[in-house]
Design a protein around this ligand. Sequence first.
Ligand code: GDP
Ligand code: MG
Length: 203
Amino acid sequence: MDFSMKRRTLLKVIVLGDSGVGKTSLMNQKFNQQYKPTIGADFMTKELQIDDKLVTLQIWDTAGQERFQSLGSAFYRGADCCILVYDVNVARTFDTLHNWHEEFLKQADPTDPDTFPFVLLGNKVDIDGGHSRMISENRAREWCASKGNIPYFETSAKENYNIEEAFLCAAENSLANEHKPDIYFRGISETVSEPEQRGGCAC
Ligand code: GDP
Ligand code: MG
């Protein structure tokens, strides 16, 4: 087997949004296994390969405390990326995105809030063939533009639609900060010896 030295980067990604929008379901799809948070926050890890970099995504989900907006500072601390989620069929979950965005910036306190990597997911696009949708894709994209061009993905946890793409984008955008000084890139890199993998993203 061919072994070569590669850098492995650990990225902490947190998933935020109102209760019921599908955060846990999105993670279940991503990891293709049932994930049942017990108490407090919990995370799952996933190995990816992006170009020649090995990446471990550590994705943090809440255990329902988002209902009370009290996630605690440990949840936010050291995050490299924040995935915001709303339900395209429930306008209120879109309206509260601003609060989640603000809360993240307040709690995680990144040095450069203007360039911190966020990703927005509009979930449950499968419902009713789109007829019960309350928020148009354009409206969501306008919101993203107003927050410094946050990447936007429409997803369905039920139909496993666009989830890989969204998590890959989150990883790539976090890595894009790596060449900048260690100000808000807090991913831990180490050089490891790994079997050579062929092809692109191994997600
Ligand atoms: P959370 O509170 O944000 O973690 O949301 P959950 O993942 O617990 O999902 C809340 C409910 O929405 C559950 O009944 C899920 O089965 C359902 N759900 C989640 N994502 C989707 C989706 O993409 N499409 C549909 N139709 N239902 C979904
Ligand atoms: Mg949940």
